[in-house]
Design a protein around this ligand. Structure first.
Ligand SMILES: [Zn+2]
Ligand SMILES: [Zn+2]
Length: 156
């Protein structure tokens, strides 16, 4: 099976390369976590939230110019031994229904670090997540909704 085809059917990804950004935010609170690269469900804590980012359609024949989303579903998980990871759910192109993996902005590191600090017992102000909604959340295009891990999808 061609690698490209396999990739396009993935419903979520992890972003270990963003660990350095998360680690920098955690360091402010003297916390040191390692990224747990194994995608397993046996976590001490798990929390569904959302981050912001941009998608482009992987289908060359599709006319879509891509889309941005302020409601990309993610599940943050903390494991024993100061380890963590986060699953970021893909979305489908509204034009052709192909799965796309997002490019995330700074909200990923901010929200992951916030949650790990909270689980570590650090007192913080509740953040005000900015950003007006960009249209209704389309559940049929959100893999987080389908997996039952989308905090936005629960409102509908
Ligand atoms: Zn498309
Ligand atoms: Zn959703």
């Amino acid at each position: 099976m061609p690698a490209r085809k396999h990739k396009s059917t993935r419903r979520w990804s992890m972003y270990p390369f963003l660990h350095s950004e998360v680690a920098a935010l955690l360091e402010d609170s003297d916390l040191y976590f390692r990224f747990h690269s194994k995608d397993d469900d046996f976590a001490l804590h798990a929390y569904d939230t959302n981050v912001m980012g941009r998608f482009s359609c992987p289908n060359d024949e599709c006319g879509s110019t891509g889309w941005s989303s302020k409601k990309i579903a993610i599940t943050i998980r903390m494991y024993s031994g100061d380890r963590y990871n986060a699953r970021v759910y893909h979305q489908r192109c509204q034009e052709c229904n192909r799965l796309s993996q997002p490019i995330l902005d700074d909200s990923y590191a901010e929200r992951v670090a916030y949650r790990l600090k909270k689980w570590s017992g650090i007192k913080m102000e509740v953040p005000v997540y900015g950003g007006e909604s960009n249209g209704p959340h389309i559940r049929s295009l959100c893999e987080g909704c389908k997996a039952g891990h989308c905090s936005e999808g629960r409102w509908y």
